[in-house]
Design a protein around this ligand. Structure first.
Ligand code: ARG
Ligand code: ZN
Length: 883
């Protein structure tokens, strides 16, 4: 049943050209495909192998002009096989589909009356029979025919070469994509849409037409996406010398979409969430996400489309690399060093919050997996975010210039090809004359490595020693691991907090203040000379590798790093380590019913360190915001051997309130000093101010007294942008403020027509402390709730199950029962979304026994449900398996 990487074989036939004719109709769409195939000299048999989904109806099949008799081919198990085919063949295939009934949102489907496609990874097989694998690259010509009134806009990949009338109220458009591409990059869009467009000058003097397509009424929300697209184009030219290769580049927004967005050649299709923005409906983080996702999809044009993946096991080849590129893009758009650091901190937070648990759970897989049941389950934080960290490590090891050389060689060698992660690694190694053989283990071994540091200072010889040891826990199917090649960036701080020059023993030629130590063995010692006085080490600066770094820092060391480290990432990190230490001590006290006042003796000093940062106006507001944010309940859970969600929540709330009480005046001042005035702008500096102000406001809201109610209510009433409004609403909803119900209702009425804002309204309630299982069930019955719309399902169900741990893990198991019901209901509608929700239970074994038993029961209930999709089956089977 499982697909294995080691089973890869070349395709028997290659496809030269694809001509597709669509007669679009919501209930009966006809697709006429004309494929020219040629036997692949490297292929084995002379069987033409095409795949087609169950939902496809085969209407007609002809080869080289003649109908194929029922005996000339075999059609079974989603495979259409034509044995002993000629060297060259022209296949004409007619299929019939029902787009309106397609709730999976893969292949061709209808959203709000318009047609859209999603073909990655294996959606093209829901459109026609085809060698639907990324190593088959062909040129496409696409004819779209539809009723003109209902579908005035007809789009596909590449260039529009002809359009016209067909009589009968119908019209057509003919599109041609000049570049060869795999089927997963095919796209079409048809319907009532309008666009903002602009001509954009390219570096080589050409001009391109840029368009952002949306439903009528949303043209006031496209400007930021357009700006982001232009910035992306410029950035890729400057940083990587990569140009837009098309005359026309289109972005289309759709309200029903499984993921974030899709990089179809020249016709990117986006979840509305990552396109539509104006100050009234979008928050600062929405603006930042739009910039990142627009960049991400645009950058895929080179890393993904021009050079694509040989097979889906290589998915991180394009995703890890493209995430790395979009992260660098966003960082460059901020511009300042501390702005870059905040972006880095945000990315590392995602990694720790989502990827570390994945890597420690039943779905753990290498960045280049060895097998899967359903490829859609492998669009994971490991493939994307850890994959990006792996790419970042090349840059850390080779330097920015070395990395660029590697990229140049990669394109020189592989433009127009479907390749592997090994090919990328080879380009990096060869361009820099480096041996990166051991680095391959980052692709083949799952699990988060632990790096333990030990230091020794010798007063007499003035030598400082750092010993680094690595290990990696077992993961499913991988009991033992070999040492990784780990870049560990470090610095040493003297007693004044200044960086010391780092001189390696026996090498006086250089003395930088930050060095990248290359840990390649199980344990290695690095010696620095000329160190006068024992320094405080700043380890894993800028988070130079996706590992867990352990070092026995004292509380004083951490407070010192928090105040002085020149590496802003580690400055933040020191605060997080301290906070974690105190929060875990408090959690234990909660569990043992001990008084919390005495449980964490250092906590008062820690709060004073936070006060210093809060009031340090030489620091960016955005940095102060992240420094003031305590580790999430999810991150804390990963630090415990046995997870106790209620105790974690109580401990974190206790510390939040204590912080609010102690820093009350400073927090009020921060709110006043960071008020933004004038017209809203999403730039990093303004967003940082709002971020700091709102973090402060939400601390004050924890006091839940009349003063804080008044402050929150005032911000809610006066807010002229969504960032301030939603923050204030969150403060109200999590409190007992008298105006809370009224504010929730007013918010709903005011934004009833804005789907993305109503999503926020659901998600805010779903993750509120005051929301229990019965409340979520009530919200499910709200007129605006719709299980078929993934954004809406995520906003309520996922927010409750994943972002409200204290309530979801209700001791009676009612949260788990609710979860099981929703997974089963979604399974029948949209397996991909259902499987995502199923992942909620990944860590069930780590919870205390009573909860774990209840979680297991819920998992079993899902596993035994009838008609389980491969998607959900894979997730729950792996969760229940003994490893
Ligand atoms: N390639 C897209 C992106 O990362 C994601 C598409 C995921 N699609 C899916 N069916 N899993 O930009
Ligand atoms: Zn991507």
């Amino acid at each position: 049943l499982a697909i294995r990487r080691s089973d890869y074989t070349e395709p028997n036939y290659l496809v030269e050209t694809v001509e597709l004719g669509f007669d679009l109709d919501p209930t009966d769409t006809r697709v006429a495909a004309r494929l020219t195939l040629r036997h692949n000299p490297d292929g084995r048999a002379n069987d033409i192998v095409l795949v087609g989904d169950d939902s496809l109806e085969l209407v007609q099949l002809r080869m080289n002009g003649k109908p194929l008799s029922r005996r000339a081919y075999r059609l079974a198990d989603n495979e259409l096989r034509i044995p002993n085919a000629p060297e060259e063949a022209v296949l004409e295939i007619e299929t019939a589909l029902k787009p309106e009934a397609n709730t999976s949102l893969m292949g061709l489907y209808v959203s709000n009356g318009n047609f859209f496609t999603q073909c990655e990874a294996e959606g093209f097989r829901k459109i026609t029979f085809f060698p639907d694998r990324p190593d088959v690259m062909a040129k496409y010509k696409v004819m779209l025919r539809a009723n003109r009134e209902q579908y005035p806009v007809l789009l596909s990949n590449g260039n529009l070469i002809e359009e016209g009338d067909l009589g009968d109220g119908r019209h057509y458009a003919l599109w041609e994509d000049p570049f060869r591409k795999p089927s997963y990059l095919f796209a079409l869009v048809a319907g009532k849409l309008v666009c903002q467009e602009e001509r954009c000058a390219l570096a080589d003097g050409r001009e391109a037409l840029l368009q952002v397509w949306v439903e009528e009424g949303n043209l006031d929300k496209t400007q930021h996406a357009m700006e982001s697209l232009k910035n992306s184009i410029r950035w890729d030219e400057e940083r990587f010398g990569l140009e837009l290769d098309l005359d026309r580049f289109m972005i289309v927004a759709v309200g029903d979409f499984n993921m974030g967005a899709m990089e179809n050649k020249g016709l990117n299709i986006f979840n509305t969430k990552y396109v539509l923005a104006n100050p009234r409906i979008a928050t600062d983080s929405d603006y930042a996400n739009i910039e990142a996702v627009v960049g991400h999809e645009y950058f895929h044009n080179w890393t993904g489309n021009r050079v694509t993946c040989r097979d889906w096991f290589q998915l991180s080849l394009k995703e890890g690399l493209t995430v790395f590129r979009d992260q660098e893009f966003s960082a460059d758009m901020v511009g300042t060093d501390s702005g870059r650091a905040v972006k880095r901190i945000d990315d590392v937070r995602v990694l720790r919050q989502a990827q570390f648990p994945e890597d420690a759970g039943p779905m753990a897989h290498p960045v280049r997996p060895d097998s899967y049941l359903e490829i859609n389950n492998f669009y994971t934080v490991t493939i994307y975010e850890k994959g990006s960290e792996v790419v970042r490590m090349y840059q850390t090891l080779l330097g920015r210039e070395g990395f660029r050389k590697g990229m140049d060689l990669y394109f020189e060698r592989h433009d127009g090809q479907a390749v592997t992660c090994d090919d990328f690694r080879a380009a990096m190694a060869d361009a820099n004359g480096r041996d990166l053989t051991q680095f391959e283990r980052w692709y083949s071994q799952a699990g988060t490595p632990r790096v333990r540091a030990e230091t020794r200072y010798d007063d007499a010889s003035r030598i400082y020693e750092i010993t680094l040891s690595q290990s990696c826990p077992p993961t499913p199917g991988q009991k033992t691991k070999l040492p990784f090649h780990i870049p560990v960036k470090i610095g040493l701080l003297d007693a004044q907090g200044r960086d010391l020059p780092l001189v390696f023993e026996g090498d006086l030629s250089e003395a930088p203040t930050t060095r990248v130590l290359e840990l390649t063995e199980a344990s290695q010692t690095f010696r620095f000379t000329g160190i006068f006085g024992e320094p405080v080490p700043s380890l894993l600066r800028d988070f130079s590798a996706p590992v867990i770094l352990e070092y026995d820092y004292s509380d004083d060391d951490l407070a010192f790093l928090m105040a002085h480290d020149s590496d802003p990432f580690n400055r933040w990190e020191a605060g997080q380590r301290l906070a974690t230490r105190h929060l875990l001590a408090l959690t234990r006290a909660v569990q043992e019913s001990r008084p919390l006042e005495e449980a964490a003796p250092g906590v008062a000093t820690f709060i004073e360190s936070l006060r210093a940062i809060l009031n340090d106006t030489t620091l960016d507001a955005a940095f102060r915001e992240v420094a003031l944010t305590l580790p999430s309940e999810g991150v804390l859970a990963e630090e415990m051997d046995v997870i106790d969600p209620q105790a974690i929540h109580a401990a974190r709330q206790y510390l939040r309130r204590m912080l609010a009480r102690t820093l009350r005046n400073d927090l009020v001042a921060a709110c006043n000093l960071n008020a933004t005035t004038g017209a809203y702008s999403p730039d990093a500096a303004s967003a940082g101010k709002r971020g700091l102000k709102n973090v402060a406001l939400l601390y004050l809201a924890e006091l839940d007294d009349t003063d804080s109610h008044a402050m929150t209510q005032a911000q809610y009433d006066r807010a002229d942008n969504m960032t301030d409004r939603i923050a204030a609403l969150m403060g109200l909803v999590n409190s007992s403020a008298p105006g809370k119900a009224d504010a929730l209702e007013r918010f709903y009425t005011e934004f009833e027509g804005e789907a993305l804002v109503i999503d926020k309204w659901f998600s805010l309630q779903a993750s509120a402390r005051t929301t229990h299982v019965p409340d979520v069930r009530r919200l499910m019955k709200h007129e605006a709730f719709n299980l078929k719309n993934p954004n809406r399902a995520r906003s309520l169900i996922f927010s409750f199950c994943n972002a409200n741990p204290a309530r979801f893990h209700a001791p009676d198991g009612s949260g788990y029962e609710y979860w099981a019901e929703q997974v089963i209901a979604l399974n029948a509608i949209n397996p991909q979304v259902a499987a995502r929700l199923a992942r909620t239970m990944d860590r069930w074994r780590k919870y205390d026994r009573l909860l774990a038993q209840l979680m297991k029961k819920a998992l079993q209930r899902v596993a035994e449900a009838p008609k389980l999709s491969k998607d959900v089956l894979e997730v729950v089977t792996k969760a229940l398996a003994d490893n």
